[in-house]
Design a protein around this ligand. Structure first.
Ligand SMILES: Nc1ncnc2c1ncn2[C@@H]1O[C@H](COP(=O)(O)OP(=O)(O)O)[C@@H](O)[C@H]1O
Ligand SMILES: [Mg+2]
Length: 341
């Protein structure tokens, strides 16, 4: 892919270095001392549920919001003191597409291209190429107000690819997308990094972070609660993970106490309240646990021992799930807005 070559100046190894970022809205500390290091040429995932502070963090790193405290450097440039340099090094695609409603997809991309200095013919060519890549060719002539959320997201990412910047922020790039489009998006993100960009993406999807990210920061209530590679995060919750589902959800606390006493670990209860997850160092203890549970009059409907997933990591670290309800809602609204062909 042809793109304007703007290599990062004197960047050292770090695309992002953030220390103790804070942003308060009223008495809500939306971002409460976030520190992140993103190595150039990698994909970094910021994983957390709705309201965790992901967008606010990105907005500060992208010079769109001034931090109340803390420091952030993008390729060595201070976001507060050198915002105009930082802006030349980054691309931001929002959770909501930043495109003009009344214009068609083609017109939007051509305008972006012209703004970035491409000639008229080149801009048309680039727009057509990107629309093809994102399977938007068919809808390209329609005004955007008829686009679904998923189509907008694709167009938004397409727009950010016109001038592939050294650092790309993707705020929940696949929330609400159907699986096929999500896979397409993942391929595009991987290609961005292969061709020299660094990507910082936020996600509510553990699987997405696991698939894509070289390193992951788990963020909850404005704080980084864990950081590392997907494997490191998984290892931090033990070699294997025990999952129990009980018949009577009202006994969940009793069951949980038994698990914690016998296994001598912290456990987590799933959002729907019937599943307990706990790290398991020694499989032999399961026998003791079953005896204890029977003694406490608790009936199991399911018991399994698995390798931990990032889901368990999240549950174990934060004590709650990662925004399942919200993603369902987004799916619904996306479908409602889908263009009928
Ligand atoms: N402009 C704003 N004004 C007031 N509160 C905000 C604003 N932006 C975000 N918040 C609040 O800050 C918290 C973090 O929001 P956000 O960064 O959007 O989280 P996420 O992107 O992880 O869902 C939430 O409680 C949200 O309501
Ligand atoms: Mg957000």
């Amino acid at each position: 892919m042809e793109h304007v070559d703007r290599t990062a100046p004197d960047s050292g190894d770090w695309a992002v270095e953030a220390r103790g970022l804070v942003k308060t809205f009223g008495d809500n500390r939306a971002v409460d001392g976030v520190s992140l290091n993103v190595r150039a040429g990698t994909i970094y995932g910021v994983l957390g549920p709705n309201g965790a502070g992901k967008t606010t963090t990105i907005r500060m790193l992208a010079t769109l919001l001034r931090p109340d405290a803390g420091l952030a450097h993008i390729f060595g440039h201070d976001v507060v003191k050198e915002p105009q340099i930082v802006r030349q090094l980054i691309g931001v695609t929002g959770q909501y597409a930043s495109v003009d409603e009344s214009l068609s997809a083609t017109e939007n991309l051509v305008i972006f291209s012209r703004l970035l200095g491409l000639g008229r013919k080149e801009a048309r060519h680039k727009a057509a190429e990107l629309l093809e890549e994102f399977s938007l060719t068919e809808a390209a002539k329609r005004p955007l107000k008829n686009f679904s959320g998923g189509m907008r997201r694709r167009l938004d990412l397409a727009a950010s690819l016109i001038a592939q910047p050294p650092l790309i922020f993707l705020d929940e790039p696949t929330t609400g997308l159907d699986p096929r489009t999500r896979n397409q998006m993942w391929d595009t993100i991987r290609r961005l990094v292969r061709t020299g960009s660094t990507v910082l993406l936020t996600t509510q999807y553990l699987q997405e972070a696991d698939e894509l990210a070289d390193r992951i920061a788990v963020i909850d209530r404005g704080r980084v609660v864990a950081e590392g590679t997907a494997d490191e995060l998984k290892a931090s919750v033990g070699r294997s993970s025990l999952q129990l589902r009980i018949e009577n959800p009202q006994k969940i606390e009793t069951a949980r106490k038994a698990v914690e006493q016998v296994l001598k670990v912290q456990s987590a209860v799933s959002p729907e309240g019937a599943k307990i997850t706990a790290p398991l160092a020694d499989a032999d203890r399961v026998t003791d646990l079953l005896i204890a549970l029977r003694g406490a009059g608790i009936q199991l409907t399911e018991l399994s021992v698995q390798k931990p997933t990032l889901d368990e990591v999240f549950l174990t670290i934060t004590g709650h799930g990662a925004g399942e309800d919200e993603s369902k809602e987004t799916d619904k609204s996306d479908r409602a807005g889908e263009v009928r062909r």
